[in-house]
Design a protein around this ligand. Sequence first.
Ligand code: NAD
Length: 347
Amino acid sequence: MFDNPAFDNHEGVHFFSDEPTGLRAVIAIHSTALGPSSGGTRMWDYPDSHSMVTDVLRLSQGMSYKNAMASIPHGGGKAVIWGNSKTDKTEALFRAFGRAVDSLQGRYWTAEDVGIDTADIEIAAQETRYAAGLTTGDAASGDPSPVTALGVFKGIQQTALRAFGSDDLNGKTVAVQGVGSVGGYTCKHLAEAGANLVITDIDQDALAEIAKNTGAKIVAPDDIYDVDADIFSPNALGAIINEDTLKRLKVKVIAGGANNQLVTPAMGEFVRRAGILYAPDYVINGGGIINVAAEISGDYSRAWVDQKLETLIDTLGSVLDTALDSGRPTNEVADEIARARIAAARA
Ligand code: NAD
């Protein structure tokens, strides 16, 4: 554990097993300096326990940075369940997982992530009050995607302001990768702002619907990098900014909701040298966790969410300005601000 390169002085890494249900889970709490840790649960069929631990260490650190940049009173944590999300789910498993979360007595709040849906969290929530992203109950906040997408849209405007000298997207061409929940809502905002959309997805039905509603042009998944566009908005996969794709992109801005867009942090410097302004993913896509934080507070308020979203966009603006003024990559500046916020709270 302590030798794992992904270990970053995590406060606690908790291993759970429950023989009757087959539960094998790890909950990593990276930091509670800013408040109880929060972050979703991922269910994945890892090849071995080392991969599982590395994943949860990396993801929980990412949540610390994301929550710090979203100015919410939460530290970072994440849970992983070892198993196949298509074949291994049972009610008993998620009840056992709920008891595991509960045993941490509120130092970690869970929600959905890859392989987990609202129904699974609703089961866990029968065993613990430390579960959010629910669709039932007084404070339930439901699907966070519309809030994430609104933040992404406002973030695109802020990045455009610095790259083109205006936040007016009327007539700008935006290449959008992925038109699922976040990408779909983002397209709607972009179309309303007068942008020309070029979209791609592997889901033909989703593509047809967005094209019908926004007048977007459809291209094949691999062709999205070659589009003659002003802005590239990734809203599907991670690691899509790499040596190969960077050579092909003709845009001046990369700004979208997908997590882990850069193949490695070092890629940020290559993006900068290519004359592209990159909105760091975990800053621009923080709207969803703000919505979840409102639910965790026990008193969901849309006005609070909107105010936090404005603060998030101001933070993104500061990251971009600092990076431009100092000639440094935006992702490096964002990491530095996040680490400083956590260290100040700890002190
Ligand atoms: P989603 O599953 O609703 O949408 C993803 C879309 O990407 C789907 O339509 C899928 O068909 C498409 N896709 C998959 N492979 C593709 C490929 N090779 N080329 C083009 N399209 C492809 O998921 P989502 O909730 O919209 O999340 C999208 C991204 O945003 C993810 O990286 C997620 O981690 C991140 N994110 C989401 C939220 C949120 O509130 N939902 C918050 C923060 C970050």
